[in-house]
Design a protein around this ligand. Structure first.
Ligand code: RB5
Length: 143
């Protein structure tokens, strides 16, 4: 799986921790779209960059990070074809895959511990979309 990561300064540290956690996985090809420091930047640019890469097929999925996960999830969801889910626990992450076929996950660096975020990411990456009636519903999102 090609996985894109992007963060603003509020999500930078958590992005780095998740990247380190995933670095040993041979099934993942990770592309880090920045930011690369804690210097203040604007989350819409990073959410858009990650979402556009996923929407264009340059990445299979993306994970975006900001302070709360809210702003960057809003930015990602502006891009057609993106279903970005803000998850604050494992259940939300699991359901975002099973029912929403979320192709981008948003996490809050000022909300989650590293351990919580790792648990969320691991479930999100390994959970499949259930399809069926949920396919009809996500099709309606693009109408
Ligand atoms: C930046 O201070 C902060 O506003 C941003 O990271 C994010 O939480 C916005 O939703």
């Amino acid at each position: 799986m090609k996985l894109a990561l992007a963060a603003d300064h509020g999500g930078f540290e958590l992005k780095e921790r998740i990247k380190a956690h995933l670095s040993g996985r041979e099934d993942l090809e990770i592309q880090d779209l920045g930011t690369h420091s804690e210097e203040s930047v604007d989350y819409p640019q990073y959410g858009k960059a990650c979402a556009e890469l996923v929407a264009a097929g340059g990445a299979d999925r993306g994970i975006v990070f900001c302070g709360t996960g809210i702003g960057i999830s809003i930015a990602a969801n502006k891009v057609k074809g993106i279903r970005c889910a803000l998850a604050t626990n494992v259940f939300m992450a699991e359901m975002s895959r099973k029912h929403n076929n979320a192709n981008v996950l948003a996490l809050g660096g000022r909300v989650l511990s590293t351990e919580e975020a790792i648990a969320i990411v691991d479930v999100w990456l390994s959970t499949e979309f259930e399809g069926g009636r949920h396919q009809r519903r996500i099709d309606l999102l693009d109408c």
